[in-house]
Design a protein around this ligand. Sequence first.
Ligand SMILES: *Cc1c(COP(=O)(O)O)cnc(C)c1O
Length: 352
Amino acid sequence: MSTIVDLRSDTVTQPTAAMRAAMMAAPLGDDVFGDDPSVNALQDKIAALLGFEAALFVPSGTQSNLCAVLSHCQRGDEYIVGQQAHCYRWEGGGAAVLGSVQPQPLSHQSDGTLLLADIEAAIKPDDPHFARTKLLALENTLGGKVLPFAYLTQATELARSRGLSCHLDGARLFNAAVAQAAARDTDPLGEAKRIAQCFDSVSVCFSKGLGAPVGSALLGSAELIARARRIRKMAGGAMRQAGLLAAAASYALDHHVPRLGQDHALARRLADALHGIPELRVEPPRTNILFVDLAQEAKARGDALIAYLKSQGVLATGLYRLRFVTHLDVDEAGIDRAAAAVRQFFSRSVLN
Ligand SMILES: *Cc1c(COP(=O)(O)O)cnc(C)c1O
């Protein structure tokens, strides 16, 4: 059987047999009444793990970020955010459309950070001309990059000193934590908590590298989460016997965190294998996302490359740049197949 090597996203993973078993065994109730024991257990577990008073299980990372921004901000407020941030660029403008909260996007530095001076300059004075600047929203990892921990403390201290709250889109927080733990020889869960504790609210995705089928959690104070619960209801995200999904997320937290390091190693393996192809500019991957740019003279061949890879059973995306994402359903053999297909495309092209 020739299997597909699907590197489009870490969202494509199938629940493992053990995860399915945990889902089937989960005690269930109606979570809108607060009665689902598996949802409650997951919320308690992730809140304790990351050091927050409360957590809210939501269907998606998009809804988690929306609940966060609308819980921190009122109509006419604004949030400072990066140009490439998911909660600004990739969520249909939800905070503005649904909450009348204005984004103030800033350009990123090459390491994914927003310059402190730019943040400072973007905070508006209290004056009727301006939206009220209420929130700084950062993302870690951002495009697979781990924001330096010292930066997180500086940026959030700056924001707090000016009266702003701080939100982290940590869809891939555990990837950041595992990479940071490897660099410091510490414990990944401890690093996840250290990162999360810089912020007033944190959103994490279970459906990405952690390998659960559905779901995210928003973490914050009990008061913030009570507000977020109202927004989740409004947005249609209050689910009933959601414990089936929460059990998968809980299983992922128990079993799939340290193994993210394997995904990071696979991304490096692919980067190494593509290194030296003259048409490609390979960006060294920090975690599980590998970006590859086509050299100027090869730019027009991006679509053809994606189509060729597909014909060889290798899936990747190329919206702006080629993107390969590793996860628990790919292995070394799959990565080697992907690399071989890319090489083949360029060696064939030379003949054409
Ligand atoms: C995937 C992602 C989200 C949104 O998650 P969905 O579950 O797809 O809505 C938010 N932020 C980041 C950084 C993401 O990668």
